[in-house]
Design a protein around this ligand. Structure first.
Ligand SMILES: Cc1cc2nc3c(=O)[nH]c(=O)nc-3n(C[C@H](O)[C@H](O)[C@H](O)COP(=O)(O)OP(=O)(O)OC[C@H]3O[C@@H](n4cnc5c(N)ncnc54)[C@H](O)[C@@H]3O)c2cc1C
Length: 422
């Protein structure tokens, strides 16, 4: 068969949901996937556990989305967290809610989510073609009429009434998400907001982070300064790596940081290791311990204040003789210790690449997509869903939910439009 109602480009999360829903509504659906198998990225989500969605309500959900969460309002109302959980339950997947409203499969296996979405799409009657890359959109004066593909090194054309582009972003390109959707959309006139890596580790100047590699800090406050001005901050957990900084709060801040780096701004990060103590309280604590353990070497007293890995770095940075005893620590020494604890600073020199970014920020400009249908405002019969669109979210299950909601809405509105035109 070479004339489908709906062609779905990409068998990732958005594509699987869109294909299942369009087929359920009676459309004959072809899913074209360039990799050997579907949902490769889905398998690595949540470190293999898959953080399926989030239990936030829609208002709070939208606050976690950038740059414009309200674009998703209609999609989220059409198909939200309860809907994906119900769909998964129908295929035997049980779920649990963890810290921060994060929903996971009880089995802790992302493959269970993939199997459920794939079973749903095939049960509803969607057809799949793998190792089949969409290279062009077919278009005439009425809009999109199908796709050009490369299969077995041969160019072919497949026609359809509607095409839904679900090609994802550019992050983790080994999973198949290499930015093809941007090229396809641009070829028919869409504006692509510059894609950039987000939820990505960042690179720091010097070798201090490297010396601390593997150290995770909990309950710290991180402040980002742009051109020496405080801009944003986050509280929680972070991690030192051989190249710089990572971990939950760094990933969350990375979207902001990468954007500022693109604009050639000077960024530094200040870590407050003792956010619960203001300067006078911290000073009192240091004085108390230095007096109490006056006969101990400062190296040992530091163990009361900091994780072991930080101690040699702190002693060196403060320029204190490590053999000094507590009672020998001077006021200026104490001030240096206090300042470093409240403002452990790193200059940011860059970010890790798309290869290590959980999400791609940027993408197809949302002003050119009808939020009520996910249809292109520029080209008829063309729809978009998932990460290819210029929306991205914080960690917590939001990004997958965006893929389900936009995929579902694109499927419903494309099939509705076919039925109206019969
Ligand atoms: C390591 C990691 C962990 C993550 N963990 C989570 C998590 O726990 N929770 C969460 O909410 N989000 C998570 N995310 C983000 C989430 O995986 C993505 O937002 C989501 O997969 C996007 O879905 P999508 O369908 O838009 O794109 P993708 O899942 O990227 O799928 C796109 C598909 O299109 C195919 N394709 C591309 N170009 C073509 C073409 N030209 N022709 C045919 N096919 C094509 C690709 O091969 C791919 O199969 C994680 C991401 C990563 C990288």
């Amino acid at each position: 068969m070479n004339n489908y109602d709906v062609i779905v480009v990409g068998a990732g999360v958005a594509g699987l949901i869109a294909a299942g829903r369009a087929a359920e509504l009676g459309a004959n659906v072809l899913v074209v996937e360039k990799m050997r198998r579907p949902g490769i990225k889905l398998l690595i989500t949540g470190k293999g556990r898959c953080n399926i969605t989030n239990s936030d309500d829609i208002e709070d959900f939208m606050k976690n989305v950038h740059p414009n969460g309200r674009f998703l309002k209609h999609a989220l109302f059409t198909f939200f967290s309860k809907d994906i959980i119900d769909l998964l339950h129908n295929y035997g997947v049980e779920t649990i809610v963890e810290r921060g409203g994060r929903v996971f499969p009880t089995s802790n296996k992302s493959v269970d989510i993939l199997n459920a979405l794939l079973s749903n799409a095939t049960k509803q009657g969607a057809e799949f073609r793998y190792n089949c890359k969409v290279t062009n959109l077919l278009i005439n004066q009425d809009g999109v009429t199908g796709v050009e593909i490369i299969e077995n090194e041969q160019k072919k054309q497949i026609t359809a009434k509607k095409v839904i582009i679900c090609t994802g972003g550019k992050s983790y390109p080994a999973t198949g998400s290499t930015g093809d959707g941007y090229i396809l959309a641009k070829s028919v006139g869409h504006t692509i907001e510059q894609p950039f890596p987000a939820l990505v580790p960042i690179v720091t100047k010097g070798n201090i982070a490297g010396q601390l590699q593997g150290l995770a800090l909990k309950n710290v406050k991180v402040t980002v300064r742009v051109n020496c001005k405080k801009q944003t901050e986050a509280f929680g957990e972070m991690l030192f790596t051989h190249f710089g900084l990572s971990g939950p709060i760094i990933l969350t801040l990375s979207r902001f940081i990468v954007k500022e780096l693109i604009n050639n701004n000077k960024i530094d990060i200040s870590i407050d290791l003792k956010p619960a103590l203001d300067n006078p309280k911290l000073d009192n604590r240091l004085i108390r311990d230095l007096n109490k353990y006056g006969k101990k070497q400062i190296e040992n007293i530091f163990k009361l204040w900091l994780p072991a890995k930080l101690i040699p770095v702190f002693i060196k940075e403060c320029g204190i003789d490590p053999t000094k005893e507590g009672h020998q620590i001077t006021g200026p020494d104490r001030n240096k210790i206090k300042s470093l604890m409240k403002d452990f600073r790193f200059e940011i020199t860059g970010n890790r690449s798309f290869k290590e970014a959980i999400i791609t920020a940027g993408g197809i400009n949302t002003k050119e997509i009808d939020p009520k249908t996910m249809q292109s405002k520029l080209v008829k019969n063309l729809y978009f869903a998932g990460e290819v669109i210029d929306v991205d979210a914080n960690t917590g299950g939001y990004n997958l939910q965006i893929a389900y909601s936009t995929g579902w809405l694109a499927a419903e509105s494309s099939v509705k439009s076919i039925k109206e035109n019969i």
